[in-house]
Design a protein around this ligand. Structure first.
Ligand SMILES: *[C@@H]1O[C@H](CO)[C@@H](O)[C@H](O)[C@H]1NC(C)=O
Ligand SMILES: *[C@@H]1O[C@H](CO)[C@@H](O)[C@H](O)[C@H]1NC(C)=O
Ligand SMILES: *[C@@H]1O[C@H](CO)[C@@H](O)[C@H](O)[C@H]1NC(C)=O
Ligand SMILES: *[C@@H]1O[C@H](CO)[C@@H](O)[C@H](O)[C@H]1NC(C)=O
Ligand SMILES: CC(=O)N[C@H]1CO[C@H](CO)[C@@H](O)[C@@H]1O
Length: 456
C-alpha cells in the first residue's frame, strides 16, 4: 500500500468513527463533552484491604512485599503465624452495604459521576468475574455482586454517571510475575486475566468511565491500544465512554489516552492544554478506609473546596475519594464532607459545572481568588473572606454590567481603581448560605484586547 492509499484509509476510518490500535489514531478521538461539563466525581476505594483497614489500600504489599515494619508488627501482634492475606477475604462481609443510600449521598454531594474500584492491585474482584475463581465478592465475603448492585442504584438517578476503576497488574499474581520475569515478551496474564476482565466489565456494566491503573508493564504488553480501539469502535459504550491515561509504563501517562491523570493528586496550578483530572482522597494518608485515622488526617471542607476551585479554574476535573468500611459503611466523617460539598455546590454550582477556564486562572494580585467562566459571566472565587474589602485585579481591564455575590440577594458595593476592583465586604451582612468559599459573578464581561495581548 503506498502512502496515498494509507492516508485515504486512515481518513476514511476516522470519518466512520473507527479507531486503529495505535495512539496516533486513538488520541484523535474527542473526549465526550459530558465529562468536562461534570467537573466533579466521587472515587470509591473498596476491597479486601478494607478489612485490615490499616495503613492504606497497599496493606498487602506493605506487609509481604516491601515489609514495612509497622505493618509486619501489626500482623505479628494481632494474627496467628499462619495467617494469610486471603484469610481476610471472608471477612469482607458488606452486611450494611446499601447502594441506594450511597447513590443518594453521592447525588446530595453534587458529584455528577462515580468511579468504583472493581479490582485493586490485590486482585480481588468486586463482581463475579469469570476469570477470578474464588477471589471475588460473589464467592468470598459478601456473596454479592458489589459492582452490579451499585450500577443499578446509580442508574436510577439519571444525573449520575457510572464509572469503573480497574487495576491491570496484581502484586502477587504468579502469572503476571512470570510475564514480568520474561521482560513482558509473554502475555499469559493479559490473555487469561487482565483483558478478559476489562471486556467483561464493559459487557456487564456498561461503564462510562474506565479508570485504568496499575499499568506496570508497557502498553504493547497490556494490548491497551487494542482494547481501546474495540472500546471506541464497537463496544456498547463507544459513543459516551471516557478513559484516562494509565495504559502502560512506557511513558503513556500524561501523554496518551482520554483525560490525563499524570500523578495522584495532580494539581499543576496553571492552565493545561489537554483535559486532565485531579484525583485526591479526603483521608490525606490513604485511599482505602483506615480504622485508626484521626480527625486531623481528613481534609476540611475549605481545603476540599479550594482544591476543586484551583483544579476547575485550570481546566481540570476532580475525583474525590472515599474509602468505605468492610461492612459497607461510608463513615460519617466522609458523609459530612460530601454533604457539605453538596450544600456549597447547590448555591455556587454555576461557577463550577459547565464552566471553562477564563483568560486568567488566578488573580494577578489577590492569591485567594481563582476564576472560571460560563457564557457571558466570569466568576471570581474567593477562598478566604475578608471583613473589610476584597481587591481583584485581573478583571479590572474588562467591561462588565454588574457584580453579584452568589447566595446574597442584596446589592453589593464596589469601586474601580486604576488597576483593580475593590469590593466592599464590610457592608455585607452574613447569611446562612454564605460559607467556606465565596463567588462573585461579573456579568456580561467583555475583556479588552489590551489585556488579551498581554497574557496570551
Ligand atoms: C526488555 O525489553 C525491552 C524492550 O524490548 C528492551 O529494551 C530491554 O533491553 C529488555 N531487557 C532485558 C533485560 O532483556
Ligand atoms: C495483542 O495484540 C496483538 C496484535 O493485535 C495480537 O497478536 C495478540 O494476540 C494480542 N494479545 C493478547 C493477549 O490479546
Ligand atoms: C476498529 O476499526 C478499524 C477501522 O475499521 C479496524 O481496522 C480495527 O480492526 C477495529 N478495531 C477493533 C478492535 O474493532
Ligand atoms: C497566580 O498567577 C500568577 C500570575 O499572575 C502566578 O505568577 C502565580 O504563580 C499564580 N499563583 C498560583 C498559586 O498558582
Ligand atoms: C443562555 C446560554 O447561553 N446558556 C449556555 C451557557 O453555557 C452552557 C455551557 O457552556 C451552555 O450549555 C448553555 O447553553
Amino acid at each position: 500500500m503506498d502512502l496515498g492509499i494509507g492516508f485515504l484509509f486512515l481518513f476514511f476510518a476516522l470519518a466512520n468513527g473507527q479507531y486503529l490500535p495505535n495512539w496516533d489514531s486513538l488520541d484523535k478521538r474527542e473526549l465526550p463533552r459530558w465529562y468536562d461539563e461534570n467537573k466533579i466525581g466521587i472515587f470509591i476505594h473498596w476491597g479486601v484491604f478494607s478489612v485490615p483497614a490499616f495503613k492504606s489500600e497497599w496493606f498487602w504489599w506493605y506487609w509481604q512485599g516491601s515489609k514495612e515494619p509497622d505493618v509486619v508488627e501489626y500482623m505479628t501482634k494481632n494474627y496467628p503465624p499462619n495467617f494469610q492475606y486471603a484469610h481476610f477475604g471472608p471477612m469482607f462481609t458488606a452486611e450494611f452495604y446499601d447502594p441506594d443510600y450511597w447513590a443518594d449521598l453521592f447525588q446530595a454531594s453534587g458529584a455528577k459521576h462515580i468511579v468504583l474500584t472493581t479490582k485493586h492491585h490485590e486482585g480481588y474482584c468486586l463482581w463475579p468475574s469469570k476469570t477470578s475463581f474464588n477471589w471475588n465478592s460473589a464467592e468470598v465475603g459478601s456473596k454479592r455482586d458489589l459492582v452490579g448492585d451499585l450500577a443499578s442504584s446509580i442508574r436510577k438517578r439519571t444525573n449520575l454517571r457510572f464509572g469503573l476503576y480497574h487495576s491491570l497488574f496484581e502484586w502477587f499474581n504468579p502469572i503476571h510475575l512470570n510475564d514480568a520475569k520474561n521482560n513482558y515478551t509473554t502475555q499469559d496474564f493479559v490473555r487469561t486475566k487482565a483483558m478478559p476482565e476489562l471486556y467483561e466489565l464493559v459487557e456487564n456494566y456498561a461503564p462510562e468511565i474506565i479508570w485504568s491503573d496499575g499499568d506496570s508493564g508497557p502498553d504493547y504488553y497490556w494490548n491497551s491500544t487494542e482494547f481501546l480501539a474495540w472500546l471506541y469502535n464497537e463496544s456498547k459504550v463507544k459513543d459516551t465512554v471516557v478513559t484516562n491515561d494509565r495504559w502502560g509504563s512506557n511513558g503513556v501517562a500524561c501523554k496518551h489516552g482520554g483525560f490525563y491523570t499524570c500523578d495522584d493528586r495532580y494539581n499543576p496550578g496553571k492552565l493545561q492544554n489537554h483535559k486532565w483530572e485531579n484525583c485526591f482522597t479526603i483521608d490525606r494518608y490513604s485511599w482505602g478506609f483506615r480504622r485508626n485515622a484521626k480527625l486531623e488526617d481528613f481534609m476540611s471542607i475549605e481545603e476540599i473546596l479550594k482544591t476543586i476551585v484551583e483544579t476547575v479554574s485550570c481546566g481540570g476535573n476532580v475525583l474525590i475519594n472515599v474509602g468505605p468500611t468492610k461492612e459497607g459503611i461510608i463513615a460519617p466523617i466522609y458523609e459530612e464532607k460530601l454533604r457539605q460539598m453538596g450544600e456549597w455546590l447547590n448555591v455556587n454550582g454555576d461557577a463550577i459545572y459547565g464552566t471553562q477556564p477564563w483568560l486568567f486562572q488566578n488573580d494577578t494580585t489577590n492569591p485567594n481568588v481563582w476564576y472560571t467562566m460560563k457564557n457571558e459571566s466570569v466568576y471570581a472565587i474567593l477562598l478566604k473572606w475578608s471583613n473589610d474589602f476584597v481587591k481583584v485585579s485581573a478583571i479590572a481591564e474588562s467591561k462588565f454590567s454588574e457584580v453579584k455575590l452568589i447566595g446574597y440577594d442584596d446589592k453589593i458595593n464596589w469601586n474601580p481603581t486604576a488597576d483593580s476592583i475593590i469590593i466592599d465586604t464590610a457592608s455585607i451582612k452574613p447569611n446562612n448560605v454564605l460559607k467556606w468559599v465565596y463567588v462573585f459573578e461579573f456579568k456580561n464581561v467583555i475583556t479588552n484586547n489590551h489585556a488579551k495581548k498581554n497574557f496570551l
